[in-house]
Design a protein around this ligand. Structure first.
Ligand code: ATP
Ligand code: MG
Ligand code: FE
Length: 328
């Protein structure tokens, strides 16, 4: 089948045409980073309006690049949550309109399942059970994938998400938005010499990053001459160490050798490097950088999984800003 994927949950407008399991015919991602950068974060109302600007244009462009017509697609997969309600509604309503006018079935997709499924594009032979470290702008979780559509939550953050912590610390350091990639590159020029706390390090599988963020803030007040590169490296190290420690501990303890990382923070070079140190014991999977952050290819891929199971959605489906992984 050919699945049209649509993603508008936050500040990326994206459309993909995916053939079969893993052949990306086109995947257009328009990022609104430059628009939101001046505000230091995503402005929901602005994001929604920008999605309207881009939605139709990039859909046409996606078909053109894929060299197929609307007749050739078999279904339309669209993110219905979690995310910003106004932003979600643009993609969802566009998908509904296409579904009616083209007479093609609609498939609602959970954005978080999409992040996990980005890995299936890269690794077609990946099979459950596996462990997932889902680290994004809004979520931080360790999951056990018992089956293709069955994700059990092992641990999650009690406050800030990993990506959110990167973004907030970046703002404190005056690096700008989005913080993850900027801190990642500054950290390469710095040294991990400041010992920031690693909350809940040896305490179960939940996370808490708000205290780490606050301690960076106090440290900066007390040490105005500390090098920003060193602060970035030390912060990143404390956070990444905690992620790696918990997820590898769970995998080893439960004898599941495959760890899949997903979400925007999966692009982090230090996270990839530290996990690769376990490669003699564990198999580590991560998507290529382009499909770590929000994109429609991952949505189309998750949609494909529902398509082959004949799981379609009716046109009453509403945007679900707080959707959990229990509901796919
Ligand atoms: P969610 O998927 O939870 O709804 P989101 O869609 O906003 O949230 P993603 O698009 O998955 O999140 O990821 C964006 C986040 O990833 C941002 O917080 C960004 O700072 C972070 N990020 C991107 N690249 C890197 C990197 N190299 N290192 C660390 N963090 C990164
Ligand atoms: Mg984004
Ligand atoms: Fe996301």
């Amino acid at each position: 089948p050919i699945i049209l994927g649509i993603e508008t949950s936050c500040d990326e407008t994206s459309v993909c045409l995916l053939k079969g399991k893993d052949k990306i015919l086109s995947n257009i991602v328009v990022s609104q980073i430059d628009i939101h950068k001046v505000f230091g974060g995503v402005v929901p109302e602005v994001a929604a309006r920008k999605h309207i600007d881009f939605m139709y244009k990039i859909t046409k462009q996606a078909f053109k690049e894929a060299e197929i017509t609307t007749e050739d697609i078999n279904a339309i997969a669209v993110t219905y949550g979690p995310g910003l309600v106004g932003a979600l509604l643009i993609g969802l309503n566009f998908a509904k309109a296409l579904s009616i006018s083209l007479n093609k079935p609609l498939i609602k997709v959970n954005h978080l399942m999409g992040h996990i499924y980005a890995n299936f594009i890269e690794y077609p032979n990946l099979k459950p059970p596996f462990i997932v470290l889902l680290v994004s702008g809004g979520h931080t979780m360790i999951l056990k994938a018992n089956d293709y559509m069955d994700f059990e939550i092992i641990g999650q953050t009690r406050d800030d998400a990993a990506g959110e912590a990167f973004d907030k610390v970046s703002r404190m350091l005056d690096f700008g938005y989005p913080g993850g990639p900027i801190i990642d590159s500054y950290a390469k020029k710095g040294k991990d010499i400041y010992k920031f706390p690693k909350p809940l390090y040896n305490n179960g599988y939940d996370f808490s990053f708000s205290g780490l963020k606050t301690s960076v803030l106090y440290f900066m007040k007390d040490n105005p001459n500390a090098k920003k590169e060193d602060i970035a490296a030390s912060f990143q190290n404390a956070l990444v160490d905690t992620l790696v420690h918990k997820v590898t501990k769970y995998a080893i303890k439960n004898k599941i050798n495959d760890i899949v990382i997903a979400g925007g923070v999966a692009a982090n070079s230090s996270l990839r490097k530290k996990l690769s140190e376990f490669s003699s014991k564990l198999n580590i999977y991560y998507p290529s950088i382009e499909i770590c952050t929000d994109n429609a290819a991952m949505i189309a891929r998750a949609g494909y999984e529902k398509y082959i199971r004949n799981i379609f959605s009716d046109l009453n489906v509403d945007a679900a800003p707080n959707l959990s992984l229990k509901e796919l």
